[in-house]
Design a protein around this ligand. Structure first.
Ligand code: GLV
Ligand code: GLV
Length: 330
């Protein structure tokens, strides 16, 4: 009989149809948001799962899904996976890298520009009927071209943002990362390595594009914000929790930094009320990878991982090395 797959959220109907050609599929076209208990109940008899980045896969869930062999995340980030628990249980995890890199780098730049040039703030002003005349400093913001861009997290997306900044806008690009790029990549991106404090002190614009881990929790808090230039902007397209949102709201209210652009939030889809009350922050609902072709490519890559895995070809974009002796033949 065919392997059984759970698709945890509504996705492109034709991708579900592709999966139905290979698997017995339980899908969620109504896009119900299941509690962890409901998810566990539906996974009890499944061999594989298609997740979208917001379903937590941990030891408790795996204990109630004895047949589960693979979980394919339709996201590049996978902080919703407890990889130690998945390894111990012998469950393969996969993510959806590469196909979203340029789309997400575009959005990082869009959010940076909207933030520095006060685009949404000024639009709200116009729509509210408050635009009565020209004024010399109305919505005067910060320049992008020729400024210093600091990128924290220099994976593929960070490199895409660096190339846009250096080659498109003549920016001086500084980066911080766990490991340094090769000299060839540094030259391509025209990016110079700096330690985190030096980058925060030197950059006019700081963009965060690193994974969320225990080590990156509240990487940007009050102490780091205090290092930044008073006119600086901060952009987070990575994950909520990397920035201490309460500390950021305080710094923005005090004009300790000029502005922030946030696509991700601690506890999203909830947004810290202090951020909602401020005008010098651009807030978007986790849409950095959201173009039709890219979301379609991400969904197809997650599906391809499931298909290749159950064909015995191995996962295409694996992110862990599960214990081979757990769940053999399960
Ligand atoms: C989106 O946040 C992703 O990780 O793909
Ligand atoms: C992270 O994995 C990235 O692609 O930047």
């Amino acid at each position: 009989s065919l392997p059984r797959i759970l698709v945890t959220r509504a996705i492109f109907p034709d991708v579900v149809e592709r999966l139905r050609a290979h698997f017995e599929v339980e899908a969620n076209p109504e896009d119900a948001i299941w509690t962890p208990a409901e998810l566990a109940a539906r996974l009890a008899d499944k061999d594989g799962a298609f997740t979208t980045g917001s379903q937590r896969i941990d030891a408790a869930l795996l204990a109630s899904a004895p047949r589960l062999r693979i979980v394919a995340n339709m996201a590049v980030g996978y902080n919703n996976f407890d990889l130690d628990a998945m390894n111990a249980a012998g469950v393969q995890g996969t993510n959806a890298p590469d196909v979203l890199t340029e789309t997400t780098a575009d959005f990082g730049f869009a959010l940076l520009m909207a933030t520095a040039r006060r685009i949404t703030e000024s639009e709200h002003y116009l729509r509210a009927g408050r635009w009565t005349q020209w004024s010399y400093d109305m919505f005067a913001g910060a320049d992008i071209h020729g400024s210093t861009l600091g990128i924290i997290g220099m994976g593929r997306i960070g490199q895409g943002i660096a190339r846009r900044g250096a080659h498109g806008f003549g920016m001086q690009v500084l980066y911080h990362n766990r490991s340094r790029l090769t000299p060839e990549l540094e030259a391509q991106c025209k990016a110079t390595y700096r330690d985190k404090q030096d980058l925060l002190r030197s950059a006019d614009h700081v963009v965060l594009v690193l994974p969320y881990t225990a080590a990156s929790h509240h990487l940007i808090g009050a102490a780091e914000l205090a290092l930044m230039k008073p006119g600086a902007t901060l952009v987070n397209i990575a994950r909520g929790g990397i920035v201490d949102d309460a500390a950021l709201a305080q710094a923005l209210r005090a004009r300790r930094i000029a502005a922030a652009g946030l696509d991700v939030f601690e506890g999203e889809p909830q947004v810290h009320p202090d951020l909602l009350a401020l005008s010098n922050v651009v807030l978007t609902p986790h849409i950095a990878s959201a173009t039709e072709p890219t979301r379609r490519a991400m969904a197809n890559l997650a599906a391809d991982n499931l298909i290749a895995f159950f064909d015995g070809r191995g996962a295409l974009t694996p992110i862990n090395t599960p214990n081979a002796t757990a769940r053999q033949g399960g």
